[in-house]
Design a protein around this ligand. Structure first.
Ligand SMILES: [Zn+2]
Length: 157
């Protein structure tokens, strides 16, 4: 790869050093964690949202303030989770209550519906963690999608 410099470390294993960081090349949809953290309901609105969910995590159903044996008998605290972590930070309809475990576990990898169910992946990480069979299915589906796209291009030319 042209943009990488290979350097030898003392242990003789290669160290990959990025040659340049082209900051202006990031996708315009990319949001930093601090930008995403700006999307917060005020305390009063979040209380109302939690009540609409019976003070339970939208994803796993754990109730705020209760101890959960599922999570090592720790006290459940509801946080403002994002249905789509990559969506515009100012859309308050994007927020669902999630317990600290669900909110942390899923991070930026999934989108959720309003009932807290996983809807889609938003990063390649879940595919990387999947077993070979699932990875093959994803690969084959993408390959057939690419073939269809190519066929459509041929038709229009
Ligand atoms: Zn949860």
């Amino acid at each position: 790869m042209a943009w990488l410099n290979m350097k030898k470390s003392k242990s003789d294993s290669p160290v990959i050093v990025p040659k340049t960081l082209e900051v202006d090349k990031f996708s315009p949809e990319f949001k930093t964690n601090s930008q995403l953290k700006n999307a917060r309901l005020n305390a009063k609105d979040f209380e109302a949202l939690k009540q609409a969910y019976d003070n339970c995590c939208a994803t796993c159903g754990a109730q705020e303030g209760e101890t959960s044996s599922r999570y090592g008998n720790t006290i459940i605290k509801l946080q403002q989770g994002h249905m789509d972590p990559h969506k515009d930070g100012n859309d308050m309809k994007n927020i669902i209550p999630q317990c600290q475990y669900c909110n942390r576990a899923y991070l930026q990898d999934f989108t959720f519906d309003e009932k807290g169910r996983v809807h889609a992946i938003t990063s390649v990480e879940p595919v990387k963690r999947a077993n070979e069979t699932v990875q093959d299915k994803v690969y084959n589906w993408l390959k057939s999608k690419e073939k269809n796209n190519e066929a459509e291009k041929q038709k229009t030319n």
